[in-house]
Design a protein around this ligand. Structure first.
Ligand code: ADE
Length: 229
């Protein structure tokens, strides 16, 4: 999988890939990343990448021309690219999207800054638009990182232990059950005794029950969606 990040601020994104699991994924050639800066594609005298909003309104928007020229080149090099615009006014990004997108060859994330991107650019180039939550960030970089991280860990060979994928939150539409490690008693609180006895069928059903309770308490919306199917 190749991720191309279109951003004015490469340094907001690149350090995340220099450590831990994603660093190893790059070393093992499971993922590849590159960066494209819209400023390098400007045609005006001062390399301006923003302008006032038509009809007024607070803040500046990113100019269409540099973004469009950049994306045209990316698409020419690989017509199969999947272009994603992270924006707050979009459908939520979910685990099933991360799993589905992990099968793509090349994803391009276009990060807006200022008050966002001219809607016509999104209309013309977006294969998908996603929001990562009901709040507004200062730009799309964090959202692009969040999505690329969630997608990467669903690519075969990126995680050391792929079994962990099948047990985690959202896999079956529920939150993951609590987990425990040593010591058996921590600050007076013991690990549930069944976890220490090693009967996997019992542990499995206990985890299922805990997962249901946790989902009902913290995410009643998910719980109800599950019941309704
Ligand atoms: N850009 C700014 N806020 C965002 C959000 N919540 N999700 C995706 N992109 C964004």
């Amino acid at each position: 999988m190749k991720f191309t990040f279109v951003t004015l601020f490469e340094n907001l994104i690149s350090p995340y890939f220099k450590d831990s699991i994603l660093k190893r994924a790059i070393e093992n050639k499971k993922i590849e990343i590159d960066f494209k800066n819209p400023r390098d594609y400007t045609k005006n005298k001062h390399n301006k990448v923003d302008n006032y909003q038509a009809g007024g309104g607070a803040g500046l928007l990113m100019l269409p021309q540099p973004l469009c020229d950049l994306l045209d080149i990316v698409k020419k090099q690989n017509p199969q690219v999947h272009i994603i615009f992270p924006v707050p006014s979009a459908k939520p990004f979910r685990q099933i999207d991360a799993k589905r997108l992990a099968k793509k060859d090349h994803i391009v994330f276009v990060s807006g800054r200022y008050e966002g991107i001219d809607e016509r650019v999104i209309e013309e180039y977006a294969d998908e638009v996603f929001s990562i939550g009901d709040y507004v960030l200062t730009g799309g970089e964090l959202a692009s990182l969040v999505m690329s991280d969630a997608i990467s860990r669903n690519i075969k060979g990126v995680l050391g232990n792929e079994d962990s994928l099948s047990e985690e939150s959202f896999e079956d539409g529920a939150l993951e059950a609590p987990s425990f490690t040593k010591p058996n008693i921590f600050k007076g609180s013991p690990i549930p005794s069944e976890f220490l006895k090693g009967n996997h069928a019992i542990i499995c059903s206990l985890k299922k029950e805990m997962s249901g309770l946790k989902t009902k308490y913290f995410r009643p919306d998910l719980f109800l969606r599950n019941i309704k199917g």
